[in-house]
Design a binder for this molecule. Sequence first.
Ligand code: ADP
Ligand code: ASP
Ligand code: MG
Length: 408
Amino acid sequence: MGQLIVQKYGGSSVADPEKIKNVARRVAESAAPDHRMVVVVSAMGKTTDGLLALAAAITSNPDPREMDMLLATGEQVTVGLLAMALQSLGRPACSFTGPQVGLYTDEVHTRARIKRITAERISAALDAGKIVVVAGFQGMTEQGDITTLGRGGSDLTGVALAAALKADVCEIFTDVDGVYTADPNVVPDARKLARVSYDEMLEMASLGAKVLQSRSVEFAKKYGVSVHVRSTFKPDPGTLVTREDHSMEEAVVTGITHDRGQAKVSILRVPDRPGIAAQVFGGLGAQSIVVDMIVQNISRDGLTDISFTLPRADRQRAERVLAGLAREIGAEGVVADDRVAKVSIVGVGMRSHAGVAARMFTTMSKEGINIQMISTSEIAVSCVIEDKYTELAVRALHDTFELGRERD
Ligand code: ADP
Ligand code: ASP
Ligand code: MG
């Protein structure tokens, strides 16, 4: 009995008709006669960004349901074209949207969570000998409204279908040939990792390594799906994201990540009394604004500053909410800064090594980079710095922790 293979191709891999034909050839090559193939695709190139810009040209406050109606169109274009390209190669193929394959989600538009996948039409089409092409990034509520799964969400569609169909292989094809020790577009001597554990990948993804969407890694870990990240344009094996095991590298730090999509907001001279933080973050939470790092100083004169980071796209909304709140609680005011970036070091080896954070801070200080905020987890340390130093910081940290390719 042949294998059931799920492949996902990202936006840059299907950016134009030639690239779609190339993907069709690649799929056809993988599709040995007794294999069953399910192919998930993203919107072409920067289509999703274009759709977001269109919405922004209409309103600064789009209705999330309508936003999903708009965003889901991108992937529908690609599935139709890829199915045609496969048919042109003489391969029977059939495309489906997320709703058509029974991908049900909750009602949180623009970042919905998957609840269940029925996949009846996929199974029927596979039984009929077809290559099944599925639109990534989209699903529907139990009421039948279209939803999307958050930016980068086609990765999640791929992993979730692999879990639901009990696929033998889940391959994520992209424009780099695997998961690297840092973004290879920023660090020229970054090294490809042969294997990386779910926990490290999850931390890297949530701290900015957009090669995999973090929720897709969470899902892969939960259902034990091994994910192979590899290049659309080269045949070489890529990186296996899988359970931690002894054959993995034993470096203290596995990778350096950066995230330029954040902003920093501070509420100045807040009265230091019980309930204030609850009021501030409760107010933001009520508007579905997710904050990341939070820092509160000790107070000297009964007043303190509270700073936090959040996705840059939510900054204006947060400022509006906080302006009202600041008046209510008697704070002096609110200031925001978009020119920040978060740089992080990640590695399971940190669990058992001391002094790793100190090496990070020393590197920053040697480069003359001021650290504005710090946060840590069991396997990561992150610093918020001025945006213009991002590349410098990532490269310097990559050197400090000796992550580069072995030089001959
Ligand atoms: P796709 O369109 O295929 O989903 P993405 O643009 O979402 O691709 O993700 C691939 C990009 O992720 C790469 O082009 C690379 O710049 C970036 N990236 C960031 N960090 C890493 C990393 N550690 N390893 C590999 N790629 C990374
Ligand atoms: N097209 C969506 C995005 O750009 C989903 C994806 O590419 O994974 O975020
Ligand atoms: Mg992506």
